[in-house]
Design a protein around this ligand. Sequence first.
Ligand SMILES: Nc1ncnc2c1ncn2[C@@H]1O[C@H](COP(=O)(O)OP(=O)(O)OP(=O)(O)O)[C@@H](O)[C@H]1O
Ligand SMILES: [Mg+2]
Length: 404
Amino acid sequence: MALQVLNLRAENYKRLKAVDITPEGNVVFIGGRNAQGKTSVLDAIWAALAGGEASRATQQPIRDGQDTAVVRLDLGDLIVTRRWTKDDSGTLTVEAPDGAKHSSPQKLLDQAIGARAFDPLAFTRLPAREQLAALVATVDLPFDPDELERERKGVYDRRTEIGRDVTKLEGQLAGYTQPDPSLPEAEESAADVLAERERARSNNEMYERAVAAEKRLMEEINELEEQLREKMNNLALLQDAALQLDRPVDLAPFDERLATLEQTNARVRAQQQRAAVAAELAERKQAHAQHTLKLQQIEQRKAAALAEVEFPVPGLSFNDTGVTFNGIPFSQASAAEQLRVSVALAMAANPTLRVLRILDGSLLDSKSLELIAELAAEHDYQVWIEVVDESGSVGFVIEDGEVR
Ligand SMILES: Nc1ncnc2c1ncn2[C@@H]1O[C@H](COP(=O)(O)OP(=O)(O)OP(=O)(O)O)[C@@H](O)[C@H]1O
Ligand SMILES: [Mg+2]
């Protein structure tokens, strides 16, 4: 179902007294001097179609001094009549050409009619942020651009923090001396070395005693032949005991180790700390690289998703700051390009109600008007254009709330 305005009748809506307009062709000019009711004509169309939001935007829809306002739109397949009254919320009827009334008229209008009030010229003049919001509302995006941007920023900030850790740890690492492979891995305990030394010392003492006893016994053996057998026994026992002991051990190395132990242990500690810092640095570096990869993945996901989006106009896209056309900011496209794109967007946003409006038509030069007329004819849209005109020769001339 494609709908256009075949006939518009409005009474007492805003500045209007009574107008009856049967447009012809794809471009409908509403001309006349200032404050005569031109915008009121265009508003009447959208006020008739839109529900609550339009009535809230217009505080006083009924012309001063009147009690009711009526707008009747003949859209071919639908006839829409909206009535405003001073005392209640008014009425809306939507009927088929044969007079059959629809039971939920506003619901039907809401379903049949998309972004009614899309004014392509107004779009070209929106700030970049609002333009972006308007575009996003007309296309099916497979992702939420704000959410994706938040995610990207989160990863980016986290990576910056980790990067600071990396720099700090690198500085710390540089403060240590290079590792010495000859150092033991762990600090040595003085108590252990002392205990070892004590064992060696007592071994030595016993050894010396044994030797002395042996010597004495040998002398006694010489002197006391008769006790030889018994003493020989003792001697054999002692010799056995001596065999159980280590050979005399040099104690000097223990003393040397003890003398340098504290110094060596300090170096061992430093070496252990250095190894810990190096390990943490490696871990942070890896995390940093992972975050860089994540950022790349987000950019890739976004690029891939954007490549999937079907924009209503070839060359149209957007980036973080706004709408782009052929890769450059929309505001930098030529005036004709901006108008062409906006009209195409407006058309894409209104596939059923094939009616667009341009409130600031006086800003368009003849070339732009020609372009709009061409696009309207090519895609069979009806474009209502308000133009300030004093000659009285442009379109439907509105004068004092009526068609002259
Ligand atoms: N409910 C109302 N009753 C009476 N007059 C109204 C009402 N609403 C608006 N007006 C008057 O209508 C005039 C504006 O009407 P409208 O915007 O339709 O004019 P216009 O022809 O589009 O003017 P312009 O060329 O300046 O855009 C103003 O003078 C305003 O005071
Ligand atoms: Mg106006």
